[in-house]
Design a protein around this ligand. Structure first.
Ligand code: ATP
Ligand code: MG
Length: 258
């Protein structure tokens, strides 16, 4: 059965999609069968892996709303061991379409039922909102990985996210855990970056990943070529950091299982 990790933070532009694509590609490089689920109508994970999100094709929307079998919507990417369940702009409508559906928080968990055993890891790239699609993602997931940008107001909104997680743990998914907080876009030369690292570690001891993702231009360039950074420049600091993160997640989970 796959370990399902939602990558969430309702704060925009903190590195959710960059993490989803590159952690996914790093799991794949370690030969773990990995599925990246694009749960954001912006469809950045979809386009970042070289798929056109405007093409009318089965997507996570059809699976959640129309009950299309996820196995038929999943696509192979250019990376071995990495598949994607793409998004389409239609996903915007899902928030609305779901309002009258029975078990509307449970559609994504249902969607994964036919594909769970085909993967070791399923990563869900959430949108910058705590709407119904993100609630679906947190209900379907075993854990949530929270990217935090090393910038001003890094911790802003985090309280609300943690409250939402607690609510979901109470009502919808008692087993939901916090996989960890990931510091992103760290810049060694900027003092503020170090302050954020200290502050997050002080507020959330034990929860923060040892691996810190540096600000690295290769990470922002690779999506425009439709490939993860490991295929674009495997030697880059960004590629190495995400590979280290994948190893750290694998190790943590091995320890937990033991
Ligand atoms: N470590 C990094 N180094 C350099 N650029 C980065 C890094 N991480 C992310 N970026 C860039 O920052 C921008 C925001 O990142 P990303 O799209 O991953 O955030 P997001 O949280 O998914 O945003 P949204 O909330 O809109 O979904 C993108 O242009 C991305 O290329
Ligand atoms: Mg995104």
């Amino acid at each position: 059965m796959a370990k399902i990790i939602a990558i969430a933070n309702q704060k925009g532009g903190v590195g959710k999609t960059t993490t989803a694509i590159n952690l996914g590609a790093s799991f794949a490089a370690l030969e773990y069968r990995t599925l990246l689920v694009d749960a954001d109508p912006q469809a950045n994970s979809t386009s970042g892996l070289g798929f056109d999100p405007k093409v009318k094709d089965a997507s996570i929307y059809e699976c959640m709303i129309k009950g299309v079998d996820a196995a038929t919507a999943v696509k192979k990417t250019s990376v071995d061991f990495l598949d994607i369940l793409p998004a389409h702009i239609d996903l915007v409508g899902a928030e609305f379409d779901l309002t009258d559906v029975e078990n509307r928080e449970d559609r994504m968990r249902e969607t994964f039922k036919t594909i769970n055993d085909k993967y070791d890891y399923i990563l869900i790239d959430c949108s910058p909102s705590l709407g119904l699609i993100t609630v679906n993602a947190l209900t379907a997931a075993h854990s949530v990985l929270i990217p935090i940008q090393c910038e001003y107001f890094a911790l802003e909104g985090l309280g609300k996210l943690l409250k939402t997680i607690q609510l979901i743990q109470k009502r919808l998914n008692t087993h939901l855990e916090i996989e960890g907080m990931l510091l992103t876009m760290y810049d060694l030369r900027i003092r503020l970056s170090n302050q954020v690292v200290e502050e997050v570690n002080k507020n959330f001891p034990q929860m923060v990943f040892k691996t810190i993702i540096p600000r690295n231009v290769k990470l922002s360039e690779s999506p425009s070529f439709g490939i993860p950074v490991i295929a674009y420049d495997a030697e880059s600091k960004g590629a190495i950091a995400y590979l280290n993160l994948a190893k750290e997640v694998v190790e943590r989970n091995k320890k937990k299982a033991a």
